[in-house]
Write a new protein. Structure first.
Length: 476
């Protein structure tokens, strides 16, 4: 269990976010510290060089303004009186190649032990600027200023800085900055870990909700209190759960309704077969009833298969259909359903890209419903019209009409109108709606109780966009 917890902790999103955060911050900090270090070294070099040049200029000015009776020693003394030593700065005055005076008077061990470096500076006769290392490895930046009277060399002033000492101070400053940065990074990482936990809390809640969901309980939802991306994720997840809950509910209802619809004819068949006697006439009557119930089951199964196929991309076989010819065909086929007063209420003109057989099937379902709601001799009208970019095909009857509260419900599977007095599978109008939706259209109902009903199938002139390209050769 501990191993699983550690593995989950190390591979979790929170840990990975923090790891990348630490890596980026550490990388940026390292680059910044190295850059600052180099900049400080460059500034140090420039500052020391400028300081040496100022000291050289000061010495040259004193030599130029000396009185005729002043000696080299007096000039050097006057210079040292005005001279203010800086940290790690050393000044040496040579007369005749011999060390005359120094500032500060107490030299560091590196210079006292480096007679070779001091001897080298004492032999200089020209102005020179450069770097030299002592026997102890310390590096000095120096400038020599010769003191000449009437063209003759009287002495030499050497001003030197211990670059190694100055760089050590810079290194100590950089180390201090690095230590502070490390402490700040640890503090920032701790705050980032806490913040990441708060930010990722909806994701943990999402996982917990997903784990708690089962086929029998889809009621869990996420609380949405974040206006950002995580809130959008929670909203999308809740919407997905809504769709799943509706889908499971529809599936359970479908199974229940389908079982009921199949159970009734099966019960009838079983009962008659169990009671069937030896009389030939009775057997013939029973077999006819069984055949009728089997036909009913077959129609029911075919309707279910049709609704299942309606969601497939190959459900429609589109072609150019003449609206006027289609109207005549619909009327001719409807007249064979039952003796009613059939008529064409309106006949549109033009062409539509549609599946002729599926449209005919939808209208015949509407016509069959109209027949069941009317009596012989009642009027049933079929009409078509082109309205803008849409084709309207409708069936209008003079039956009892449909209550307003049933207008939407009757298009669902296995649903029937509350005033319906005939038996059926309850799939006819669902099939009509599926056919219209497959064309990219819809079905509308206009009805009042006692004033008949008009069902209108509305489809676009053009097919759904994803298959328009396939019909280009047909259009030409």
């Amino acid at each position: 269990m501990i191993r699983s917890f550690c593995q989950k902790l190390l591979t979790g999103v929170r840990t990975r976010i923090l790891a990348w955060y630490v890596v980026l911050i550490a990388l940026c900090g390292l680059i910044s510290i190295l850059a600052v270090r180099e900049i400080l070294f460059l500034q140090l070099q420039e500052r020391l060089e400028q300081s040496l040049e100022r000291e050289a200029a000061q010495m040259q000015l004193l030599a130029k303004n000396r009185s005729r009776n002043q000696s080299a020693a007096q000039v050097f003394d006057r210079y040292f009186e005005r001279y203010i030593a800086h940290d790690n700065e050393f000044t040496l005055a040579f007369i005749g190649g011999r060390l005359y005076r120094t500032m500060p008077e107490a030299f560091p061990g590196s210079l006292r032990a480096s007679g070779a470096l001091v001897d080298y500076w004492g032999r200089l006769q020209l102005q020179e600027e450069g770097t030299r290392s002592s026997s102890m490895g310390e590096k000095f930046l120096y400038i020599s200023v010769p003191l000449q009277f009437e063209g003759r060399l009287q002495g030499t002033l050497v001003v030197a800085y211990c670059i190694s000492c100055e760089r050590q101070e810079v290194e100590r400053s950089v180390q201090l900055v690095a230590q502070v940065f490390l402490a700040v990074m640890v503090l920032a990482s701790t705050l980032a870990w806490i913040t990441a936990g708060r930010v990722l809390a909806p994701l943990r809640l999402l996982a917990e909700t997903a784990h708690s969901i089962s086929e029998t309980d889809l009621t869990q939802r996420l609380a949405i209190d974040d206006p950002g991306e995580l809130g959008e994720l929670a909203l999308t997840f809740n919407q997905m759960l809504d769709r799943l809950e509706n889908a499971f509910a529809s599936q359970r209802q479908f199974i229940s309704d389908a079982g009921h619809e199949l159970r009734t004819p099966i019960t009838i068949i079983r009962g008659h077969l169990e009671l069937m006697g030896d009389d030939p006439a009775e057997r013939a009557e029973t077999m006819a009833l069984v055949q009728d119930e089997l036909d009913r089951i077959n129609r029911f199964v075919e309707d279910l298969l049709l609704l299942a196929k309606a969601e497939r991309p190959d459900f429609l076989f589109l072609e150019l259909v003449d609206i006027g010819d289609l109207t005549d065909e619909l009327l001719a086929k409807a007249r064979a359903l039952a003796p009613r007063r059939w008529c064409i209420e309106a006949q549109g003109s033009g062409q539509v890209v549609a599946d002729r057989q599926r449209l005919t099937q939808a209208v015949m379902n509407l016509a069959q419903n109209a027949v069941k709601q009317t009596r012989p001799g009642d009027r049933i009208a079929i009409g078509t019209a082109l309205r803008g970019r849409w084709v309207h095909v409708w069936v209008s009857d003079s039956g009892p009409g449909i209550a307003p509260e049933d207008h939407q419900r009757i298009f669902e599977r296995f649903e029937r109108g509350s005033a319906s007095h005939y038996e059926g599978s309850g799939l006819g109008l669902a099939i009509v709606r599926a056919i219209a939706a497959a064309h990219g259209g819809s079905v509308q109902l206009e009805s009042e109780v006692g004033k008949g009903a008009t069902f209108i199938v509305i489809v676009p002139l053009d097919p759904p966009g994803q298959i328009t390209d396939d019909l280009q050769p047909l259009r030409h």
